[in-house]
Write a protein that binds this ligand. Structure first.
Ligand SMILES: Nc1nc2c(ncn2[C@@H]2O[C@H](COP(=O)(O)OP(=O)(O)OP(=O)(O)O)[C@@H](O)[C@H]2O)c(=O)[nH]1
Ligand SMILES: [Mg+2]
Length: 683
């Protein structure tokens, strides 16, 4: 299997660094850049001065909030690392990166709390078929053994976690590692290369046992190795290395390396493994099914609007090459011209003349191009290589510039932010005339607002969006409305009798007339309806009125003084007075909610639902998600605003939900008063 004889592949590579929140991804990238000499020394996260977390938003929250690219050279090869945020709220950043990288470097640690988050990431990598290495970080503070840790992490991975290194301990403290493929010991030195050593004699037995487990796993995919193991023949080292590389590339195993990003330990071995084992761009191109007809194929991983106005499309060249000035085509035939090619290094860019297959570079000024698109040099474009499943938004903010004059600037800025962050969506809420930002959590939207205020210098007010309440009536009545004015010249005269009655929930509005003998002339009947409709836009409780029928039963007119306006006025008058007898009541939207949760938290979730005035409809296994449930419920929209925060805190961050409008229900008492007060419309 695999490419045994192929040996080491060459060429620029692209590696996505992913993993649960705070597992040490940014620290590891910093350590990698220090080890490859791209930066003079490794800055700790706490310095706020790392290559990756350079934005004010990342520094303010001490977490990565977007994918960051850094290209470095290692032993004559160009490697681009993409540091992806671990927070589930920014998970979408990794998607377009994973769509075209060669390898995912999964940074994990021995922490039970982060296992569910790791599971989500591994699941996604399985779905996409991205080969991966797991770097077991924070080995300096590991309290449990590595094998115990792997037992904890194994259920997150469809493929076996293959331990390639074991820690070397002295008095319980990890002082180095033993590489099971090389059969060598490495003594850690902080911030510098480890010292190679003989495997201590008292560790030999442990090493042999661990190495045998590793070989057994490899033998699952290599019959010759299996025979050698059975016959107790020592397999040739090269064959073992080839197997390790082949099994990684084919996705048959997930090799595990260990280390401490913070101290720069285990980093060199990791880099060498990546250099030796990671698939090259041609393998990746084939995996993605990109065309191979001599044309250039480019996959866009991220869009950045730089402070000085230039738009950058950070892209992977999957085949061919791109020169400055080249024309690239989108599916459907539109095209854009590359103006500037840049090597990325955190917030810095260095101009280069062209980019070859395998390179990950920023292409300048591709105005019509969006993140995730596939571009090509052949006219007419090519099939998109990736499609993205956007999870439903789970959190919303209504935003308004603090100063009216920023109205237009704010919309323009939001458009740009949405272009940089495809997981951000935007809605204009008609009845409250609000601009509503929708995203994947409170932090996601807070960061968006900080960008509006920081990068675009637009102070904004952000608050939960208004709930679209409605009102209706519970009783029927008949009401006359007479509009009569005599103020010199033409008078105004309109006179109507309206039957007002409630309709079943969800019916909306019906208007009829039972006029006989032309007591209200036909031409004025639409005026009456228009007057009623106008009144319904805001009822006595301050909200639009629904589920109501109005019949024009009687009335009178004046040949000279009657007019369209006068009949509209008469209708409104009748409605206003009639409503008081109709016992108006507030209606609130009730949503149908599906909550997705790991099964062990299902009981907690079903406890949360009634506390938010929800009703459980049932729960079941989540299709295609072993170990997960889906809880179905109905819940008032007013209670869903911050639901995600509670769901996440009950599930170590991984639960999510999807909601859709179900029906309107009466709301009375204290909650109704609060709703009316909050809208500022109460009578
Ligand atoms: N003890 C120990 N701490 C580490 C190690 N690596 C990282 N840390 C600490 O873990 C914390 C998180 O590190 P980051 O590098 O920001 O983690 P991250 O995975 O990039 O976090 P997000 O991007 O926000 O998901 C910081 O306090 C680091 O100092 C390590 O090897 N050992
Ligand atoms: Mg980070």
């Amino acid at each position: 299997m695999g490419n045994r004889a192929g040996g080491r592949r060459t060429g620029p590579k692209c590696i996505a660094i992913v993993g649960p929140f705070s597992s040490g991804k940014t620290t590891l990238l910093e350590a990698i850049l220090a080890r490859t000499g791209a930066i003079p020394r490794q800055n700790p996260i706490s310095s706020g001065n790392t290559v990756s977390d350079h934005s004010p938003e990342a520094r303010a929250h001490a977490m990565s909030v977007e994918a960051t690219f850094a290209t470095t050279d290692f032993m004559g090869e160009s490697l681009t690392f993409v540091d992806c945020p671990g927070s589930i709220e920014f998970a979408f950043e990794a998607e377009p990166v994973l769509a075209a990288c060669d390898l995912a470097l999964v940074v994990a640690e021995a922490d039970q709390k982060k296992v569910p988050a790791l599971q989500l990431i591994m699941r996604r990598l399985d779905e996409l078929g991205v080969p991966r290495i797991l770097f077991l970080n924070k080995i300096d503070k590991a309290e449990v053994g590595v094998r115990e840790t792997l037992k904890m992490l194994q259920p997150t991975s469809r493929t076996p976690l293959l331990l390639r290194q074991i820690p070397l301990r002295k008095e319980g403290i990890v002082v180095g590692s033993i590489d099971l493929a090389l059969e060598r010991a490495y003594i850690y030195r902080e911030y510098s290369e480890s010292e190679i050593a003989e495997i201590p004699s008292d560790e030999k037995a442990r090493e042999i046992e661990a190495r045998f487990s590793m070989l057994e796993r490899l033998a699952d995919h290599d019959d010759a190795l299996m025979e050698q193991l059975l016959e107790e023949i020592e397999p040739p080292k090269d064959a073992v290395f080839d197997d390790l590389a082949a099994d990684l590339r084919s996705g048959a195993v997930t090799p595990v390396l260990i280390g401490s990003a913070e101290k720069g330990n285990g980093v060199l071995r990791l880099l060498k493994t990546i250099r030796h084992d990671a698939p090259d761009v041609e393998t990746t191109r084939q995996r993605l099914g990109a065309p191979n007809s001599g044309q250039t194929v480019v996959q866009v991983m991220k869009t950045i609007h730089t402070p000085h106005g230039g738009k950058l499309s950070v892209s992977r060249i999957l085949s061919g090459s791109v020169a400055d000035g080249a024309e690239l085509f989108l599916p459907g035939g539109a095209s854009a011209k590359v103006s500037g090619i840049y090597r990325m290094f955190g917030k810095d860019q260095a101009k280069q003349a062209s980019a070859a297959a395998g390179e990950t570079v920023a292409l300048g000024k591709l105005d019509s191009v969006r993140t995730g698109q596939t571009l090509t040099t052949s006219k007419g474009g090519t099939q998109p290589l990736a499609t993205f499943k956007m999870p439903d938004p789970v959190f919303a903010f209504s935003v308004r510039p603090k100063e009216r004059k920023d109205d237009v600037r704010m919309s323009a800025a939001i458009q740009r932010l949405a272009e940089e962050d495809p997981s951000l969506s935007l809605r204009h809420q008609q009845d409250s005339s609000e601009t509503v930002l929708m995203g994947h959590g409170e932090m996601h939207l807070r960061v968006t607002v900080e960008r509006l205020e920081g990068k675009y210098q637009i102070p904004v007010e952000a608050k939960p969006p208004a709930v679209p309440y409605r009102e209706t009536i519970r009783k029927a009545t008949q009401q006359r409305g007479r509009h009569k004015k005599q103020s010199g010249g033409h008078g105004q005269f309109g006179d109507v009798v309206l039957d007002i009655k409630p309709l079943p929930r969800g019916t909306g509005f019906e208007f009829t007339d039972t006029i006989t003998g032309g007591v209200v002339p036909k031409t004025y009947i639409p005026s009456v309806e228009a007057g009623v409709r106008d009144f319904l836009r805001s009822g006595p409780l301050g909200f639009p009125i629904v589920d109501i029928a109005v019949n024009l039963a009687d009335g009178s007119y004046h040949t000279v003084d009657s007019s369209d306006m006068a009949f509209q006025m008469a209708a409104k008058l009748a409605m206003r007075e009639g409503m008081t007898a109709c016992s108006p009541v507030l209606l609130e939207p009730i949503m149908k909610v599906e909550i997705f949760t790991p099964s062990e938290a299902t009981a907690r979730i079903t406890g949360i639902v009634p506390q938010r005035r929800g009703q459980i409809l049932g729960y079941d296994a989540r299709p295609g998600w072993p170990g997960w449930d889906v809880v179905e419920a109905t819940m008032p929209q007013a209670e869903i605003g911050d639901l995600i925060i509670e769901l996440r805190s009950a599930t170590a961050g991984v639960a999510s939900y999807r909601a859709s409008f179900d029906h309107m229900a009466e709301l009375t008492g204290r909650l109704a008063d609060e709703a009316m007060n909050a809208s500022g419309k109460a009578a």
